[in-house]
Design a protein around this ligand. Structure first.
Ligand code: PNS
Length: 182
């Protein structure tokens, strides 16, 4: 019998409970699922690829058929390299649909043999995105229940460092450019 391997590509900056929910669902329908973190040199992420990989590995350590990897370049090329037959993507709401449809059709154009499979995360995560989690955490709001505990801890650590850095800067007084303007 053919084993079906899928990749779940994304930025995962940071991984959320919505991502984990989708990974769990995907792991039940595919024989193998590779969570593939895009290494995008043009983006300025909050977490390094290494940090994101560690978090995702810890989050998925008890799911036997799930592994974590990183890739650069086209998703379809990576999928071909690891001999995956499907790309898993989540659709939370209708607002995701247009972008996901465009991406799926472009990927099909590039690699017709590769299927995109959409799954819905649990409704309770339908509003959760990495971008909003970053924003809420950066502004001091609670992100409990939106991300796994270890991600919450890592976010807090990042925010504490940023806060200390800010305080350190404030103690030195206004920067040269600000002095000039005053
Ligand atoms: O979690 P994200 O940021 O929505 O994931 C987007 C991702 C990484 C799946 C997409 O940007 C992607 O596939 N990038 C790799 C480059 C690529 O293949 N581009 C063409 C997509 S049609």
């Amino acid at each position: 019998m053919k084993r079906i391997k899928a990749i779940y590509p994304g930025s995962f900056d940071p991984p959320t409970n919505g991502h984990l929910d989708l990974i769990e669902r995907g792991s039940k329908i595919f024989d193998e699922l590779v969570v593939a973190i895009l290494r995008n040199p043009e983006k300025d992420p909050l977490f390094s690829v290494a940090d994101r990989r560690k978090m995702l590995e810890a989050m998925t350590s008890d799911i036997d058929n799930v592994s974590v990897d990183t890739f650069e370049g086209l998703t379809v090329d990576y999928a071909l390299r690891v001999e995956a037959r499907a790309i898993l993507r989540g659709i939370r709401a209708i607002s995701d649909y247009e972008y996901e449809l465009q991406m799926a059709l472009m990927n099909r154009k590039l690699q017709p043999g590769l299927e995109t499979v959409f799954m819905l995360p649990a409704e309770k995560y339908s509003y959760v995105s990495s971008r909003l989690v970053r924003e809420v955490a950066q502004l001091g709001g609670s992100i409990a229940c939106l991300v796994p505990d270890l991600v919450e801890r890592k976010l807090r650590e990042k925010m504490d460092v940023a806060l200390k850095f800010e305080k350190g800067e404030a103690a030195e007084g206004p920067s040269k450019s600000r002095k000039k303007k005053a």
